[in-house]
Design a binder for this molecule. Structure first.
Ligand SMILES: *Cc1c(COP(=O)(O)O)cnc(C)c1O
Length: 391
């Protein structure tokens, strides 16, 4: 590949920080995790930030904190990664999938319809889990209004949404709990990692315990209190989801660069939108968001408009790869995956918007390591494909 779909942006700062941590003698959750949490909470204007070893863990612990129980229901989108809905099944609870808008985000009107429908069937809906698709913020004011009216929790899957904001309010400061991912390909990476942010003290204290075996004091606190270091008590059944200091050391450095990274992605998205304006593509936008909002541009997802070209999505992807440009597809809607199809007897077209999104979408490379040459390589290859010059 001349331009791979993704390349991590790791510099000397991350490498030095990891080496320092390795030399420090403190490898598991310690001072670096604490520092990363404080700086991340600051960055998203949240009261608390609790680091874990993945966004999947963050989502799991958040649902646990709001008390999800067997046979209850959680509203979410089918146009997402496996993790979002999988964690609901950890509780033997059920997702209610709700179809999406043109932008790939969950449709608030459909949420209202789904809640009414569930209520008439006597189903107990407790939570809404929106996903900020590609880093474009969902309509949170509508979603929070619906949640308040119906007495529901809101847990945001913000795996794509650092740093995103609605107006001046960062994603991470808005609802009950917000879950971020620091997986290898995400906008801020610690290799593997995640973060929960919340303003709620009770939730924060609960997930601090459940992320580490339900123990009352984490290891770092044990070494920094007047009780004996060996002393701890198990207060709950917990999990093994804590972040290592090695990962946190990397995260602290990535966080410092994250606004420069965002500038790069934003600039690439603008270059793409200019270059593609006369092509048979439906382009992503941030221009219609409330003033001052930020689209994280974790992904740049275009849809190939079938009314304007005969070139099919799969053929397009093959031609791009053949000519040196990596792409991807986000996402295969969950209802098309055998596990979910079997579990709820889904039909292929149960979520027509998510389905047509999936059939038309392609994610193009967008990462800080792309320079003008790489960006031009992508736009030029796309142009030549639609001109019929590349076979
Ligand atoms: C990547 C991703 C996750 C999972 O993140 P991990 O840190 O790998 O657990 C969850 N939701 C969405 C939408 C994602 O893209």
């Amino acid at each position: 590949m001349i331009v791979p779909f993704h390349k991590p942006s790791i510099g000397k700062e991350e490498i030095d920080a990891v080496v320092d941590t390795l030399k420090s003698g403190w490898l598991s959750s310690g001072p670096k995790v604490k520092q990363f949490e404080e700086e991340f909470a600051d960055a998203v204007a949240s009261t608390y930030a609790i680091a874990v070893n993945s966004c999947t863990a963050a989502l799991h612990l958040s649902l646990e904190a709001v008390g999800l129980k067997e046979n209850q229901y959680v509203i979410t989108t089918p146009l997402t990664f496996a993790a979002t809905a999988e964690v609901i099944r950890y509780f033997k609870a059920h997702p209610i999938f709700v179809d999406v808008n043109e932008d790939g985000n969950i449709n608030p009107d459909e949420i209202e319809i789904a809640i009414k429908k569930a209520q008439t069937k006597g189903k107990e809906v407790t939570t809404i889990m929106p996903v900020h698709f590609a880093g474009r913020p969902c309509d949170m004011s509508r979603i929070l209004k619906i949640a308040n009216y119906n007495g529901l929790h809101v847990i945001e899957d913000a795996a794509h949404a650092f740093p995103s904001s609605i107006g001046i309010r960062p994603i991470g400061s808005i609802s009950d709990m917000t879950c971020f991912s620091f997986y290898a390909t995400k906008t801020l990476s610690t290799g593997e990692g995640g973060m929960i942010t919340t303003h709620n003290k009770e939730y924060a204290e609960r997930v601090k315990r459940t992320r580490l075996h339900g123990v009352d004091r984490d290891i770092w606190n044990r070494y920094n209190s007047d009780k004996p270091k060996w002393f701890y008590l198990v207060e709950d059944v917990g999990f093994k989801y804590n972040m290592s200091d090695i990962a946190a050391a990397m995260g602290i450095q990535q966080l410092r660069k994250s606004y420069d990274f965002w500038d790069c992605r934003k600039r690439i998205s603008e270059a793409y939108n200019r270059a593609f304006s006369d092509m048979p593509l439906i382009l992503p936008t941030d221009g219609d968001l409330p003033r001052g909002s930020r689209h994280a541009w974790h992904l740049y997802v275009v849809k190939i408009d079938p009314m304007l070209t005969n070139i099919k999505r799969d053929e397009f992807i093959e031609l791009m790869a053949k000519h040196g440009v990596g792409t991807s597809v986000h996402f295969i809607p969950l209802h098309l995956h055998p596990y979910w199809t079997r579990l709820y007897n889904f039909k292929h077209d149960d979520f027509p918007k998510a389905l047509s999104f999936y059939e038309q979408c392609v994610s193009l490379p967008i990462y800080p390591g792309m320079g003008e040459y790489e960006t031009y390589m992508v736009t030029d290859t796309v142009r030549k494909i639609f001109m019929g010059v590349l076979k």
